[in-house]
Design a protein around this ligand. Structure first.
Ligand SMILES: N[C@@H](CCC(=O)N[C@@H](CS)C(=O)NCC(=O)O)C(=O)O
Length: 254
């Protein structure tokens, strides 16, 4: 049995959920607020335990599961195709994810009064979030960086292709990228219609199976720009998302 320690409010966690349900990979979901360090040394989500094998880091998890279970649609076998997927996934952490973190995290973490103390090892992301939280111009600062990154992704990854690693259909690179970018639309933090190729790619991604159930945390939470988030809204969105997740085929809870 595959155990997935992850949470619907977490972008890399949703990437793992979504890839599993698209491919029919069943798993037991552990959505505890913090992951034991015996499973995730930094306490971060997502983490998996596959029989006795423990693994963290979303791209490592997705490529491991894809290779183990022959997810040839999401992870085609061609060497150069895999290299392009890998190229995006390596860039992802310091490109798309850091940019969306700068824009999104201060608007979300305000509900907790700041960063969780457990992520002291995450120096780069901590610094970005702390600086943004203390800035009077955090919205426009975050938007400026995300706009740069979206321009870059649109030009150098998506290009004239339908998907970010130039694949014929969506790959795990698209799933990782989509989780970061799409959340901004539901949160009302960025108007993505300014990038027609990104908007068209996002529309293609919504056609993947179980899109709506995987994103019900975001759609339920909704606008966090003009309606600042409250703990009640946050917990309400998690409750809806958990209900939708456990109703998906192959997903069980302990
Ligand atoms: N590079 C990691 C990032 C994981 C990550 O940032 N997880 C967040 C949730 S979205 C987390 O666990 N934060 C709590 C912490 O760092 O203590 C991945 O791709 O899996």
């Amino acid at each position: 049995m595959l155990h997935v320690h992850a949470h619907p409010a977490s972008q890399p966690s949703r990437s793992v959920f979504w890839a599993c349900v698209i491919t029919g990979q069943s798993f037991q979901l552990h959505a505890d607020p913090s992951t034991p360090s015996s499973i995730s040394p930094r306490g971060q989500l997502p983490a998996i335990v596959d029989d006795n094998f423990k693994l963290v880091e979303m791209p490592a998890i997705l490529t491991y599961l894809a290779q183990k279970n022959s997810w040839h649609d999401l992870y085609p076998t061609n060497l150069q195709t895999r290299a392009r997927i890998s190229q995006y996934l390596h860039a992802h952490h310091n490109l798309t994810r850091l940019a969306t973190l700068k824009l999104m995290a201060p608007h979300v973490l305000v509900v907790f009064g700041g960063l969780p103390s457990s992520n002291a090892l995450s120096y780069a992301s901590n610094t970005i979030i702390e600086t943004a939280m203390n800035s009077a111009t955090k919205l426009s600062d975050g938007q400026t960086l995300v706009e740069e990154v979206i321009n870059f992704v649109a030009k150098h990854y998506l290009g004239s292709s339908d998907f970010v690693a130039q694949t014929a259909q969506a790959s795990i690179a698209d799933i990782a990228c989509y989780e970061e970018i799409s959340q901004l639309k539901w949160a009302n933090l960025l108007d993505l219609s300014n990038w027609p190729s990104i908007a068209a790619w996002m529309a293609r991604m919504t056609d993947l199976p179980h899109h709506d159930a995987i994103h019900s945390f975001n759609t339920t939470l909704g606008d966090i720009k003009t309606q600042p988030i409250t703990m009640e809204r946050f917990m309400g969105a998690i409750e809806v998302a958990m209900t939708d997740l456990v109703a998906l085929p192959g997903v069980s809870i302990p």
